[in-house]
Write a protein that binds this ligand. Structure first.
Ligand code: URA
Length: 199
């Protein structure tokens, strides 16, 4: 089963790398960037979903390896969750120019791959990092909290129902937000503790 999940994720990675119809594919190639599909354990109980790769991520082909990634690493350590035991991915699998916010058409084009990742991994907990991931997941699972703001929902474990069973969705602020704001960092650190019950 584990081999099966790993093989399915590998196949999905290949698909994303070769999907020339993706809206940011040409930009990826022009800049010699890599697609950032996701990484971690195929058996992860906890899945993190960010917004889109930044420059460091696109150069290395790995999610959350720049400054926001260092913040995430510290948060993971604070609850004793090894990075390799979780699965980390993003809404977009390519870096948008100048790190601008994902556009609706881009979200539409990339999220079928995210949907597939969720189906393969079947996590018990999905942690959304930032507003874009939260909005997508609330809509995806038709959750009653749809349309609510991240400032109201952050740090609250929410119940959701997926095709493979029930799961918890934990909306968090994006770690990049907390880089330069002490109050945001404290909020994120506090919110992160809610995850302890699930690791
Ligand atoms: N920000 C994100 O949302 N994702 C990354 O992978 C890096 C920074």
């Amino acid at each position: 089963m584990a081999r099966d999940k790993a093989a399915q994720l590998k196949a999905l990675e290949r698909q994303v790398r070769n999907a020339a119809d993706l809206p940011l594919y040409a930009y990826r190639k022009e800049n010699e960037y890599q697609a950032v599909v996701g990484e971690g354990s195929p058996e992860a109980r906890v899945m993190f979903i960010g917004e889109a790769p930044g420059k460091q991520e696109a150069l290395k082909g790995r999610p959350f390896v720049g400054s926001a990634g260092r913040m995430l690493d510290g948060l993971l350590e604070s609850i004793g969750l090894a990075r390799g035991d979780a699965y980390i991915t993003n809404i977009l699998k390519d870096r948008p120019p100048e790190n601008r916010a994902p556009q609706p058409k881009e979200i539409e084009a990339y999220t079928p791959y995210l949907r597939k990742q969720i189906e393969i991994i079947q996590p018990r907990v999905i942690v959304t990092l930032g507003r874009f991931a939260m909005d997508f997941i609330l809509g995806e699972f038709r959750m009653p909290e749809q349309g609510q703001k991240i400032s109201d929902l952050h740090g609250r474990p929410l119940k959701a129902k997926a095709s493979f069973g029930s799961l918890i969705v934990l909306p968090l602020f994006h770690p990049a937000f907390a880089l330069y704001r002490r109050d945001q960092k404290e909020t994120l650190e506090k919110d992160f503790q809610a995850l302890k019950a699930y690791v």
